[in-house]
Design a protein. Structure first.
Length: 892
């Protein structure tokens, strides 16, 4: 019993430990409302993204190590004192686009590592004294689009590292409020546009700002710009676009050297007179390299009169701007430019004339030897007479051999958004330096062989959104492009009726191609991907083939692209894929398969995807995730399974547990996974379903059954040792019970066949035959059942016994020492005694042939009881009981 006690105690202890193990909190890569990007073991770039989740408070389960925390675009209205407690590694915090009107005193304290704070698009009205206390490392502060009207004089004081402040679109109106900011020792950029300032005067700033490089004052109703002291000696960028009051702005810069470092000036839409603009430009002209004059049409009335004559204007205005390198006159309604507009600008390199109404390429753009970028996009040019760089979004119908000669240095050619309908042989032949050709959004429906001949340095060719069909995708068209790395033929009319081999394969010459995009074919969509479509693309890294209506991919599709790294075949109609498909692409890293009608992820098992870190299978019909699937993706760090119809049962229990505890793979949007089945759980969140019992069960069952088994064995061995005979007897009793039930069903209908069944041992047979039989059968006329005479041959002996006993009114047991030793006899006595028990009928008559001590009866526990309780007959010592049987019978 000592042993048993210790065993039970041990088992109990095990159970306790098991329970404790269950209660151990999962600490994995999992946040209910947010997404983690980056690496758990490398906190320096761990990002927690909670943007656009309808949050009303800052989530509580943010890992301490986070360095970038984004809660932009939620519905948070208040920041509590403890919301960011302990996030000592936090460097960037984005709370933009919320409803924040209050930050508790001290809520940002202790964020010593803090560098960047986003509070744009909120409802702040004042910046109080202690708001930024302790943020000594903050360098970038976004406060634009709030309702800030007052700034406490000491609120910015702690921000000794601040470099950039954006206060655009607030309701500040006194420059003095901003003064403490300008005075910060490291401030470089100050954006205070779109406020309500009416004047900018140097005496309001008082002290010299030693670092300020950029001042954005645009879109303020600025009536006065007055600088009477050298307070902004290092200012390089000044933006006063759309300033002025009632079509007027006073420009008063006492000394032209006060702004002598300004090299970029934005005067777009400024409400200033023509003469004054001349003065402005004179103040800065020696250093100016970049001038923006957009939108003058909508600006002052003075310029509106002049605008047709802007060529002359620019001559007068800009003649002295010798150092100008970039001129932006886009969006001014320009229809023409005088020939010598930019002649004086000896260093001009960029000229932006887009979004105007030029109908031909202005002569003013000729003979500018330093010009590198000319932007003529969004005009109405329909004829090409000259060399052009950016001609996007015009109305060019044909190229008319425009590029046959010259332009040897051209690197980028943008002809997107025109009306080109074909590309002829050698069209770009002479543009040997060309690296990028943008031809998207045209009407190209045919390409001649050798269309891109000569473009030996071309790396990018964009042909998307045209009318290209599969017949244009030929290896004779796509030839002579040895360095081509990116080809985009998306949104065209390519379609294949089956996946038969193409001869020759279309891309066989593009051996350097790394990125191929063919998604979203219009018309009938691609439908089939020929087996050897990718043949020859031995450098291919990225293949984007989404939205193509493909139903099946041949297992050999990727055998030609062993370096494939990125594969997007989402939005197709696969329903199932084969693991073999991925065998040739052992380097695959990112796999996009959303909205592909997949019903299971089992194809990933054995697909050899050991390097896949990113898997997107959202919007499919996946109901259950098999554990083996995720075991076959050992490198996975990002899993997107949103919008699948999960079956919320025990089959998902391990998945839930895995999501919550795994610290390598993060499952995006897990908090939003929704059950589709069973019906009563429909639309419940998977994580809210109580599945714990499933996982507990298995272990617990094992545990309980093991315990029971051990205890049973224990009890059984104890019982066997101490109560051996009772056990054996019990066993037989049990058997008898079984037979009894069986027989009763069989025998009840017909009544008794015999008057008595005689149970005896073969050794006592002579007595039975000589003494008992003649007496009972002969004298009394009883019908007896004797086994040697009445048992049916072939019938199982136990059945015979049962039939004999149940078929007789009485059972007479002839008991001797031998009888008790015989197996069958003891069975007979058991069955009979069971019947006694069972039918509450006294059917048993014991006849003792010899004296048997009670202790010998003890194993037959029940018989001893019988002997004690009932009368029985002895035969040996005659006397009064000389004819015991008869009297016994009569007594019955
Ligand atoms: C995470 O970072 C650690 C240390 O920088 C690096 O050893 C490990 O490979 C990274 N894990 C992943 C999945 O990028
Ligand atoms: C991730 O979990 C494994 C065991 O599951 C553990 O060995 C490892 O240290 C954990 N890594 C991190 C960064 O917590
Ligand atoms: C997740 O968001 C819900 C709804 O906004 C919120 O009730 C819950 O407390 C959030 N969970 C955590 C851990 O912040
Ligand atoms: C934001 O919260 C307010 C109440 O605090 C509520 O009235 C409003 O509908 C919420 N907006 C969104 C987009 O959830
Ligand atoms: C903050 O979030 C807004 C909105 O998503 C985004 O535009 C902005 O770039 C973010 N800023 C930073 C610093 O991440
Ligand atoms: C904010 O905290 C500072 C100390 O950090 C304290 O001096 C000041 O009174 C507090 N302001 C409010 C409004 O609680
Ligand atoms: C400042 O805020 C304005 C308005 O939101 C935005 O347009 C501008 O890009 C911001 N500038 C910087 C440098 O963040
Ligand atoms: C191609 O580019 C390289 C380097 O950019 C240049 O050296 C070479 O001359 C170019 N080839 C032609 C034909 O322009
Ligand atoms: C998971 O997949 C393996 C291999 O295909 C299979 O043997 C096993 O039965 C699956 N398990 C479940 C729960 O479907």
């Amino acid at each position: 019993t000592d042993l048993a006690f210790w065993m039970i105690a041990g088992l109990f202890l095990c159970f306790l430990m098991y329970c404790w193990g269950l209660a151990d909190p999962a600490c994995g890569y999992f946040l209910k409302n947010c997404t983690i990007r980056g690496n758990l073991s490398d906190p320096s770039n761990m990002k927690v993204l909670c943007e656009k989740r309808n949050l009303e408070v800052i989530p509580k389960d943010i890992p301490r190590k986070v360095s970038v925390f984004d809660v932009a675009m939620n519905n948070i209205s208040k920041i509590g004192k403890l919301d960011f407690k302990g996030l000592s590694n936090l460097k960037i915090l984005n709370m933009s686009r919320n409803q924040i009107s209050q930050l508790d005193n001290g809520s940002l304290r202790h964020l010593e590592a803090f560098q960047e704070l986003g509070l744009a698009h909120n409802r702040l009205t004042t910046l109080s004294d202690h708001l930024f206390q302790g943020l000594v490392n903050l360098s970038l502060l976004h406060l634009d689009n709030n309702f800030i009207a007052t700034i406490s004089s000491s609120s910015f004081q702690p921000l000794s590292s601040l470099k950039t402040v954006n206060l655009t679109k607030n309701i500040l109106y006194i420059m003095k409020e901003v003064q403490p900011i300008i005075q910060l020792p490291h401030l470089q950029e100050l954006y205070i546009g779109s406020n309500r300032f009416t004047s900018f005067q140097s005496q309001e700033i008082s002290n010299t700002s030693i670092e300020l490089r950029l001042l954005d004052l645009s879109r303020n109703p600025l009536g006065i710009f007055r600088i009477t002291a050298d307070v902004l000696p290092y200012l390089e960028v000044l933006d006063i676009a759309y300033c002025g009051q009632l079509g007027h702005m006073e420009w008063d810069v006492l000394n032209r050297y006060f702004l002598s470092n300004v090299n970029r000036l934005n005067l777009s839409g400024i409400e200033i007179s023509f003469e004054r603009m001349g003065m402005v430009l004179q103040t800065v002209n020696s250093s100016l390299v970049h001038l923006r004059l957009n939108d003058l049409v909508n600006g002052s009335s003075v310029l509106r009169l002049e605008y047709n004559n802007i060529g002359n204007l620019s001559e007068e205005f800009l003649q002295s701007c010798k150092h100008m390198t970039e001129v932006d006159i886009s969006n001014t309604g320009l229809t023409q430019l005088s020939e010598f507009s930019f002649r004086s600008m000896e260093q001009i390199s960029a000229l932006k004339l887009g979004h105007n109404r030029l109908s031909h390429v202005p002569k003013a753009t000729r003979n500018l030897p330093t010009l590198k970028i000319l932007d003529l996009s969004f005009n109405i040019i329909n004829k090409l007479e000259l060399w052009i760089l950016k001609l996007g979004s015009n109305k060019i119908l044909t190229l008319n051999e425009a590029f046959m000669n010259g332009l040897h240095k051209l690197e980028t050619l943008n002809l997107a958004g025109n009306k080109l309908s074909s590309i002829r042989k050698g069209e770009f032949k002479s543009l040997t330096s060309l690296k990028n050709v943008l031809l998207f959004d045209n009407q190209i429906a045919s390409m001649e062989d050798g269309a891109f001949e000569g473009l030996v340095n071309l790396t990018e060719l964009q042909l998307d959104s045209n009318k290209i069909t599969q017949t244009d995708i030929r290896n004779t068209v796509l030839t002579g492009l040895p360095l081509l790395r990116t080809l985009d033929i998306s949104c065209n009319y390519i379609t294949y009726v089956n996946d038969d081999k193409l001869d020759p394969p279309p891309f066989s010459h593009l051996t350097s191609l790394e990125n191929l995009r063919i998604f979203s074919q219009r018309h009938k969509r691609l439908s089939h991907l020929p087996i050897n479509f990718l043949e020859g693309l031995k450098s291919l890294l990225s293949f984007q083939a989404g939205s193509l209506n493909i139903k099946d991919l041949h297992p050999n599709t990727f055998i030609h692209t062993p370096r494939l790294w990125f594969l997007d075949i989402s939005k197709n109609e696969f329903t199932a894929l084969t693991p073999k498909l991925f065998h040739p692409t052992p380097r695959l890293n990112s796999l996009y398969l959303s909205k592909a009608r997949l019903q299971s992820l089992d194809f990933l098992i054995g697909a050899n995807l050991s390097r896949v870190t990113f898997l997107q299978v959202s919007k499919n019909d996946i109901t259950v995730v098999n554990e083996t699937v995720l075991q076959s993706l050992p490198a996975l760090t990002y899993l997107d399974m949103q919008d699948n119809p999960f079956t919320c049962g025990c089959s998902d229990a391990w998945f839930v547990q895995w999501m919550e505890s795994d610290n390598q793979t993060q499952v995006v949007g897990a908090g939003e996974f929704t059950c589709n089945y069973p019906a009563d759980l429909k639309d419940t969140k998977l994580l809210d379903v109580e599945l714990q019992f499933c996982t507990v069960d298995l272990g617990l069952y094992c545990y309980i059954s093991t315990t029971c088994l051990v205890l049973l064995t224990l009890v059984a061995s104890f019982a066997y040792h101490f109560l051996k005979w009772q056990v054996i007897y019990g066993y037989y009793l049990f058997l008898a019970f079984l037979y009894d039930t069986k027989q009763r069903n069989k025998l009840t209908p017909h009544g008794c066949q015999y008057d008595a069944f005689i149970s005896y041992n073969a050794h006592d047979e002579p007595w039975v035959l000589r003494e008992l039989l003649p007496e009972l059968e002969g004298e009394q006329g009883w019908k007896l059942c004797l086994h040697h005479r009445d048992f049916q041959p072939g019938k199982p002996i136990i059945d015979n016994i049962m039939d004999g006993i149940y078929g007789s009114r009485k059972t007479i047991c002839v008991i001797s020492h031998r009888y008790l030793e015989s197996e069958w006899c003891s069975r007979e006595i058991q069955v009979a005694s069971f019947r006694l028990f069972d039918e509450q009928k006294d059917v048993l008559i014991l006849v003792f042939l010899e004296e048997i001590p009670t202790h010998q009866l003890s194993p037959y526990h029940r018989m001893r009881k019988l002997v004690k309780r009932r009368t029985y007959l002895k035969t040996k010592d005659g006397s009064a009981e000389e004819n015991p049987i008869l009297s016994g019978v009569q007594a019955l």
